[in-house]
Ligand binder design. Structure first.
Ligand code: FE2
Length: 203
């Protein structure tokens, strides 16, 4: 139903940007940053493109470095947490559902890495865009107590089917299902705060 394309956009931090495309042409960019030439080329390949959203996972510079460039080529409203430095056109609420294709994209507040961190879950449970909250095999630098709550209460209960698309290429693979990460990623499966704090000290 949705087609997701992952772009390794380079830079020192091995960032990822994403293009989400629905059958009816609705399209969204996640975290426009780095070298966006291949992303723009991918947009041009689609017969129908309705620029629906530019989705920001959090306001760190490396995730929004291409925002001005993206806005010019892709005239869609910018959606982000209300406290995000980008001053979003759509100031999201927790669990807000943005209409997209024949379904939606749901925003989940996931504080821990930053106070303005959010994840975006596709309405058909095919994917989740986790920014610097959840990486493949690890998680972002964080306040451990807040991140532990996010992992346990927000991310762990989500369906195994979701493919985790994170903000950086830090894992043994560029993406993987949440189901596998629940079994292999200690930052996701650790179920006591004490043990979680120990894991965070390894970052
Ligand atoms: Fe970050």
């Amino acid at each position: 139903m949705f087609e997701v394309t992952q772009f390794a956009v380079g830079g020192l931090d091995d960032n990822f940007s994403y293009l989400i495309h629905a059958e009816n042409g609705d399209s969204a960019i996640v975290d426009p940053c780095g070298d966006l030439s291949r992303l723009f080329a991918a947009i041009r390949k689609h017969a129908r493109v309705n620029p629906a959203y530019i989705l920001i996972t959090h306001g760190h510079r490396d995730h929004i470095s291409g925002l001005d460039e993206a806005r010019k080529a892709f005239p869609a409203p910018v959606a982000a947490h209300p406290e995000c430095r980008v001053h979003p056109d759509i100031a999201l609420a927790d669990h807000q559902r943005l209409p997209f294709g024949d379904s939606c994209i749901e925003c989940l507040f996931t504080p821990g890495h930053t106070a303005d961190s959010v994840c975006y879950r596709l309405g058909d449970d095919s994917a989740i865009f986790t920014g610097d909250t959840l990486f493949i095999d690890c998680c972002g630098y964080c306040d451990p107590d807040t991140m532990f709550r996010t992992m346990r209460e927000v991310l762990y209960p989500l369906p195994d089917s979701l493919i985790v698309y994170s903000g950086h290429d830090y894992g043994h693979v560029p993406f993987e299902t949440l189901g596998v990460q629940k079994r292999t990623n200690p930052y996701l499966y650790t179920d006591t705060l004490k043990a979680f704090r120990r894991e965070i000290r390894k970052l």
